[in-house]
Write a protein that binds this ligand. Sequence first.
Ligand SMILES: N[C@@H](CCC(=O)N[C@@H](CS)C(=O)NCC(=O)O)C(=O)O
Length: 452
Amino acid sequence: MELAFFSSNQFTTTFSFTKCISLSGLHLPEKKGKRFIIKSAESAMASTNVLSVPSWEALSERAGLNSKVPIRLPEAEQRLFGGGNKQAALIFYRDNSSWCPYCERVWIQLEEKEIPYSVQKINMRCYGEKPAWYTRMVPSGLLPAVELNQKVLTESLDIMMALEKAFPDHRPLLPAPGSAQADAVNSLLKLERSLVGEWLRRLRGAWAWKGGFESAMGKVDSALRRFDGPYFLGKEFSLVDAVYAPFLERIAASMPYWQGLIIRGSGQWPAVEAWFDSMDSRSSFQAVKSDDFTITHTLEPQIGPCLSLPAGAEYRAMVDGRNGSWDLPLKPEQTAWGMDDGSDSMAKVQAARTLARNHHAVVGFALRGLKDGENYREAVDLGFRYVAYALLVGYGDVDSLQELPKQVAEAAAYLRDRVGVPRDLSYPAARQLRAHLHWLVKLVSPDLHFAT
Ligand SMILES: N[C@@H](CCC(=O)N[C@@H](CS)C(=O)NCC(=O)O)C(=O)O
């Protein structure tokens, strides 16, 4: 996975769809007076094919880019909760790919408490040096950090405790002192650390601790029953849930993928499953949570190699689209993310809208996957317009796409494998975009399903 490629340059030119022409089942509108010449890579002059497909302007209009669309939470630079004269009370420094679990727990807390904040995104080390001003401010370079009343706070748990104290008028996420719930908080936070330790040992293949992970999960499941769930401290969501969420999410995606150990849907830890269902009903968690593909493809750069067991082969095939799971039409699918029925038309519109809004950056990003990428810009641009159109109107077998150079398929596969959730899109929209890019890959170059 690479840095975010979906920048937020708006594209608002209007262009109406005109008459439709049909290409082997896919009805494509023809842009008046202009057709697109696809140039072969070897020679920019050698035009090999002529195809019609809507312009990005027309696609933008069709995707509703001219109307005001709310900014997705991962893209927001400021969260004022109600607007008006409110000002950000703090600056939240978090990683710009939305991979960091420690940032995620603070993020959930800020959203749940509705503390007005502004966001500064900082790269993780795997993307290179951090900005010097950040390491001057936070010498360890670690994320997250929060700037509150001219003080810089680090260490996610310390930040969370400080926010509870500094914003008593915002929904308290810690129980009143003296209650059984208040007494349980520290041991629950310790249990979270021990669960994460067991998970990492198991995932990295340290078999000396065999059984340790299951035992820790059993303790978490029991802890969730202590106050009758569904959350750790009972019926109400608390800071403890925000602390557990990022790692339980990563556990639920990584254990089935590498080791075939299903967390959500196996019935082995029912209180944990009920907790996930309740968390899914919260808009904070819905907006910040990731999906199986993003988690499993970004974990190794962060924690090192994971032990891949044959027991995980089937799940891996599903997550990586190797068992037909990316073929259109998408079927309902249960993953660690939850249930996605695959037919959400708004998800398709969101995916098309993001593609149309950021088409220049997206095409440029996908060209990085090619040798001499710039030579193929026009062809890749055309292929991606087909994808946007298919998302908005429907896909089909477009014979003429087979005549596109195979580099279009390579670029589409490169992009498909780097769409990040929640950074670029929500999971249902990302799933649609991946599947429609996969459709293009298969049409253009049937031998190249899994290029990257
Ligand atoms: N104990 C710290 C851990 C923070 C941490 O490890 N952050 C990681 C990201 S998940 C980090 O900033 N790593 C440096 C980097 O990759 O840039 C906390 O709870 O805040």
